[in-house]
Design a protein around this ligand. Structure first.
Ligand code: SAM
Length: 297
């Protein structure tokens, strides 16, 4: 950005813009703390307080949503972000909470049914008890660790999203579902998805085809390649050094770094998965998405 008064002015202006954009993140952090505090109150304390905690919380939440709507620039449509391979839809859910319109995409019925339960059937936060580790006896620290209960969801989607929230799911294989949606999306967020490709060229070309010029693609994940060990399946396993130039044909990298991320498993056990993930933010350039791949599904 350079030095001098102009640069300082620009930097200050960007900070101001950023503070508006970050209101949602900050507000949801505060709301989360309030929710934790309410849940930590003993029944006796709640009785002393004489205020029903859930309606109290909902009133605050509704007003935060109004503030968010107010801070969004203008009255135009909010940017539409696609999250392919979204698992239980946490990423599109969080994007909608930040004020975007988001669509999750999944082809696994396990994930789709789980998503339906969490999004549409959770009456409040932590309304379901599950025991994910109960049959896993390896790598325990304590004798009773496998009996640990996990309460889900941590946030109740129906409470967290206002009636105007634009969250949707599309079931089906990513390329099949979106292959005709030219320039239809303002952005794409992929998390642990890129390496689910049998042919990563096909994924990248499809992504380039459906994001409009100037749109943003953000990605986090390793290159584990899901089909690497599946017999009789096509699996093109390229390194990041080989994948990156293909992405560069259609996108200009804005940010790029390695980020360490854990992935599932019992965080309190003796074995945890840690990936050195590729993280990037890239902007779609004007080059048309050309070429063809043989079908892989
Ligand atoms: C490693 S998981 C990541 C899930 C989620 N993004 C997360 O980070 O928790 C990959 C997900 O992509 C889904 N998936 C894999 N290939 C897909 C495809 N071609 N189309 C749609 N979904 C796909 C899988 O069912 C799985 O839920």
């Amino acid at each position: 950005m350079g030095d001098g008064p102009d640069a300082a002015e620009k930097s200050h202006f960007l900070e101001v813009c950023y503070s508006f954009l970050e209101y949602g993140t900050d507000a949801f952090y505060d709301l989360g703390r309030m929710q934790d505090t309410i849940q930590s109150l003993d029944k006796d304390d709640q009785a002393m307080w004489k205020v029903p905690p859930l309606p109290w919380y909902s009133e605050i939440q509704r007003r935060v949503q109004v503030n968010l709507d107010f801070l969004r620039p203008g009255k135009g449509p909010v940017p539409a972000i696609l999250c392919p391979g979204c698992g239980l839809a946490r990423l599109p859910f969080d994007l909608v909470r930040l004020g975007y319109a988001a669509q999750g995409n999944e082809f696994s019925y396990h994930m789709l049914l789980g998503t339906h339960l969490i999004l549409n059937r959770s009456e409040k936060a932590e309304c379901f008890n599950i025991f994910p580790f109960v049959l896993t006896l390896a790598n325990r620290k304590g004798r009773w660790d496998h009996l640990r209960c996990v309460k889900v969801p941590d946030v109740c989607p129906v409470e967290a999203l206002g009636p105007a929230a634009q969250l949707s799911m599309a079931a089906g294989e990513f390329v099949e579902v979106y292959k005709t949606q030219e320039s239809a999306w303002d952005g794409m967020a992929t998390c642990f998805f890129l390496d689910t490709a049998k042919n990563v060229f096909l994924y990248i070309r499809t992504i380039a085809y459906i994001i409009r010029k100037g749109g943003i693609w953000t990605n986090l994940g390793p290159l584990l390649y899901h089909y690497a060990d599946v017999p009789h399946e096509i699996s093109i396993e390229l390194s990041w050094e080989e994948v990156r130039p293909y992405i560069c044909q259609y996108f200009d990298f804005v940010e790029e770094e390695e980020k360490v991320a854990r992935y599932t498993g019992n965080a309190e056990g003796l074995s945890i998965n840690r990936y050195r993930c590729i993280f990037f933010v890239a902007r779609r350039n004007g080059k048309p998405a050309e070429g063809h791949s043989n079908p892989v599904f």
